[in-house]
Ligand binder design. Sequence first.
Ligand SMILES: [Zn+2]
Length: 155
Amino acid sequence: MEPTRCEGCGLELEGGTLGCQVLFEQACAVNHERPGPTRSHRVFVDAYALQHPQRYCESAKSLFAHMGGLLVEFECDGDAAVLEAQRKSLDGRVRLPRPDPPALRGKLTVREVLAAAEGPPRQKVIQAYAKEQWAAYAPLQSLAAQWTRMALRHR
Ligand SMILES: [Zn+2]
């Protein structure tokens, strides 16, 4: 099979978008086999989802959930109470707009994450990967922050 481009991250690989999905699932499986810090895995999943919004952020609910994860990671020092308030606010019917994700979404991909040795080296790449995604979503950051403040007020 000829390599094709993943529509989410632009990675060229066999199977394109689907091939990228397989790498993502591989990275998740590795994580489950050898549970490292759950926080790093959560951040990885949020970052991958934001980089592949066609598949993982179709609804406002999922988009805000994943943006919320990175907001907590980078702006609230991983505070679990904020995550919980966000989760609660997304329970049931959600009245949020679904803004368009940014067109450019970082350079790092799941391939670099998988290439790093498990443990601290991989966690380091995941941090860089997630940081790139959070930076790519800069135009939507204030919206995510507004929503999070609302979620905290109503918890
Ligand atoms: Zn991809």
